[in-house]
Design a protein around this ligand. Structure first.
Ligand SMILES: Cc1ncc(COP(=O)(O)OP(=O)(O)O)c(N)n1
Ligand SMILES: Cc1ncsc1CCOP(=O)(O)O
Ligand SMILES: [Mg+2]
Length: 509
């Protein structure tokens, strides 16, 4: 499917917000933008001087023209100033969701919803928004004032977030991102909280001062839309959007005598612009009562190198011994779905072999046995992270490698200060049923650049042919299963992988 995003919003003559900001954002992120103009506003850096909604005929026709041959993957809605437009749009969205081959994901940034009088919109519009539009919305992105107006809930403490979101979900929204731009739960921290009623995410960044903020809401919602059009999961899209906004605020500037606007500077790559993922066991995590028990802690024993090299992942002690004899220095024992007593001896033997060959031997999944027998390290997946006793593993001095599958997970994993972060799966793989799509090389390069201080391992569908391109992404290691276990001559394959990895990566971070 294509990457088309529609913005349904107002034109901002100063170009810092509205349609103009939305289209710049889509373009910057690589999505294809189309626009439906709901209203024309005359404004400059100091004031909004006139707002005129387009005719119902023009509003309807723009929607119809696009629906005819450019249906959207994601629809982002901003300023709606006319009650009739809200009614038309709600009806059309319902139709698109029922009739299009791919249901569009609909994001609504409730721009003109204000408790202090609807400056830019017709009287009575909030009621129609609540009853007719919200049930068509997959993601609502209100600030604290808009939460109050739409849900009746005032955000007065961390505890008040969940009931407010629950109310909005009851009103029909699929999920809600409460933006912290105008509200401080914690001093000097810009906190965004997202929930769909089942999962919760909180992201923080230091509050930026001396920046120009016109267009922040439009840009954030459009960046989420753009990232979702590129098939990022919602949690990754939220991270990308917050980083994009922080980058834009950093480079914001004034063109007139008043407030200036957020800048549009391409895909975010500076790690300083990326948000911190709020861990449940942190002061903000407690305030929001986030589920889970992840805690930053002092971190894990580092590996002796950033470049772990070729990293075979195998399911038997026989393979471990065979590959260690061939000179492999990083290796994993990955035995699936057995009881501890069925694998304990193999784990003991593998650890002994690892020590004998001075290799970095990681045990997948069986972290208690790895600790008991003092393995070099353990490798854990996302689900294991929530149940394993990470403090115990760290205290026992074991290294840890963590699986990740996108921006959100890798940033969260990074906060635990692991010994390495695995990035997968890069290509389609026959070895494991993966619930997500392959990441591909473009994303891998972005992740590796962001993790320049943490050793990285690429995994999933990597063979000799693909290895040079993977290596050029700037990772420190390549993990493989079948490239070695199915090879006619594993020694030759190891040598060839080592040859690829001995070349310096030309990837520029
Ligand atoms: C180096 C490396 N990276 C990723 C994985 C996958 O681990 P996990 O997500 O725990 O899945 P299983 O391997 O347990 O199926 C790995 N094993 N090694
Ligand atoms: C265990 C695992 N985790 C992510 S992909 C994968 C399997 C990698 O195997 P292969 O190298 O054969 O694709
Ligand atoms: Mg595992």
């Amino acid at each position: 499917m294509n990457n088309i995003v529609w913005t349904i919003a107002g034109s901002d003559s100063s170009a810092g917000a509205g349609i103009q900001a939305d289209i710049c954002t889509f373009h910057d992120l690589g999505a294809d933008g189309c626009s439906v103009i709901s209203a024309v506003t005359a404004q400059n850096s100091q004031a909004v001087q006139l707002v005129e909604s387009v005719s119902e005929k023009m509003f309807t026709q723009q929607l119809a023209s696009l629906a005819e041959d450019m249906p959207a993957k994601v629809i982002k809605i901003g300023l709606l100033a006319s009650v009739e437009h809200v009614k038309i749009l709600a009806q059309q969205l319902s139709l698109y969701k029922q009739t299009w081959a791919h249901k569009p994901f609909v994001i609504y940034d409730p721009v003109a919803v204000a408790s202090t009088g609807d400056e830019m919109a017709e009287e009575g519009i909030n009621e129609v928004i609540k009853t007719q539009l919200l049930p068509q919305i997959d993601l609502l992105t209100p600030n604290a004032n808009e939460v109050l107006t739409l849900s009746g809930h005032a955000l007065i403490s961390g505890e008040s977030f969940k009931p407010a979101v629950d109310k909005l979900i009851d009103m029909g929204c699929g999920s809600v991102l409460i933006k912290g731009g105008h509200f401080e739960l914690v001093d000097n921290v810009a906190l965004d909280y997202w929930s769909d009623g089942k999962r919760e995410i909180a992201l923080t960044s230091p509050r930026l001062t001396d920046v120009h903020t016109h267009g922040t809401g439009c840009t954030l919602a459009s960046a989420i839309a753009g990232a979702m059009a590129l098939d990022y999961f919602i949690e990754d899209a939220l991270v990308i959007a917050k980083a994009y906004l922080n980058q834009g605020l950093k480079f914001s500037k004034a063109l007139g005598a008043g407030e200036g606007s957020v800048a549009h500077c391409g895909w975010p790559t500076d790690s300083n612009d990326f948000p911190e993922i709020v861990l449940p066991e942190s002061s903000i995590g407690y305030e929001l009562d986030l589920p889970g028990n992840l805690e930053a802690g002092p971190g894990f024993t580092p590996c002796d190198t950033q470049q772990l090299g070729l990293y075979p992942v195998v399911d038997s002690v026989e393979w471990i011994e065979r590959l260690l004899k061939m000179g492999v220095k990083t290796i994993q024992l990955r035995i699936k779905d057995k009881h501890d007593d069925q694998v304990e001896q193999q784990i003991i033997d593998a650890i002994a072999l690892g020590k004998a060959y001075k290799a970095r031997l990681f045990i997948n999944d069986y972290w208690q046995l790895a600790v008991k027998h003092q393995a070099y390290g353990v490798h854990l997946g996302q689900e294991d992270m929530d149940v394993a006793d990470l403090a115990l593993i760290a205290d026992a001095g074991l290294r840890i490698g963590l699986s990740t599958h996108g921006y959100y997970e890798l940033l969260r994993a990074q906060q635990l200060k692991p010994s390495y972060i695995a990035l997968g799966h890069i290509f389609p793989t026959q070895t494991k049923d993966m619930p997500s799509d392959p990441q591909g090389l473009e994303r891998l390069a972005k992740y590796a650049a962001l993790l320049s201080n943490t050793p990285t391992v690429a995994i999933g569908g990597i063979n000799l042919e693909r290895a040079p391109a993977v290596w050029q992404c700037g990772v420190g290691s390549i993990a493989v299963v079948t490239a070695i276990t199915k090879a006619e001559d594993p020694q030759q394959v190891i040598n060839q992988f080592n040859q690829v990895m001995s070349q310096g990566s030309t990837y520029v971070k």
